[in-house]
Design a protein around this ligand. Structure first.
Ligand code: C5P
Length: 218
């Protein structure tokens, strides 16, 4: 499993995290949640009182926070300047600001370095939006995971113990719109990616499908 890299990209709420962690656990690989890194950057900018709509201010600050990811698929961690922010980065304030922050090229360049460093010599499942297209185009397995907006919103709302499916869906679709439309490393189906639509599949079925792809290709 040394050099194997599995890239899992896709829309918000398509099940990338549960799927990627499950695949990594099954295959004995590490796991990197690049979305958590963008969320950690966003959390830090908000805490510093930096106006996240001010692209120049965000660009100037992007080099400052120390962001570290733990890559155990059963207990992934994310810290900023040594503070564990695993819970805080899932809040509504971060949800609303993360896509504009992630569109800033200096933010992407900074995190791209950290992502490639974490991937290192491989043996890892990496989830995000631009893993197969930009971060690691040489990945042995590339998956583009999608699901219908209704299915995504329902799952995400249930996950968070909430009830407002409509507002969850609106937030997911707004992030997709910004993530797909940005100039630098937009969300797209990478060349060579296998499209898996999880709308009518269980989590176990999606994991099985990707494990099969990995076994075919190694
Ligand atoms: O995966 P998650 O939904 O946690 O990602 C949060 C946000 O981080 C995305 O909506 C996107 O704006 C950004 N992101 C990105 N590139 C990645 C991973 C996440 O731009 N590789």
């Amino acid at each position: 499993t040394g050099s194997l890299v599995i890239a899992v990209d896709g829309t918000s709420g398509s099940g990338k995290s549960s799927t990627s962690r499950g695949v990594a656990d099954r295959l004995g690989l590490r796991y990197l949640d690049t979305g958590a890194m963008f969320r950690a950057m966003t959390w830090w900018l908000l805490r510093e009182g930096i106006d996240v709509g001010d692209t120049a201010a965000v660009a100037a600050a992007a080099g400052r926070p120390v962001i570290e990811s733990g890559t155990d698929p059963l207990a992934p961690t994310i810290t900023v300047d040594g503070i564990d922010v695993s819970v805080e980065i899932r809040g509504d304030d971060v949800n609303a600001a993360v896509s504009p922050v992630s569109a800033v090229p200096e933010v992407r360049a900074r995190l791209l370095d950290l992502q490639r460093e974490a991937i290192g010599s491989g043996g890892i499942v990496v989830e995000g939006r631009d893993i197969g297209s930009v971060v690691w185009p040489q990945a042995e397995v590339k998956v583009y995971l999608s699901a219908d907006p209704d299915a995504r919103a329902q799952r995400r709302t249930a996950e968070q113990g909430g009830t407002d499916v409509a507002s969850t869906q609106q937030s997911l679709l707004e992030r997709d719109r910004i993530d797909s439309g940005r100039a630098t490393a937009p969300l797209t189906m990478a060349e060579g990616a296998v499209h898996v639509d999880s709308t009518h599949l269980s989590l176990a079925e999606v994991i099985d499908r990707i494990v099969e792809l990995a076994q075919e290709r190694r």
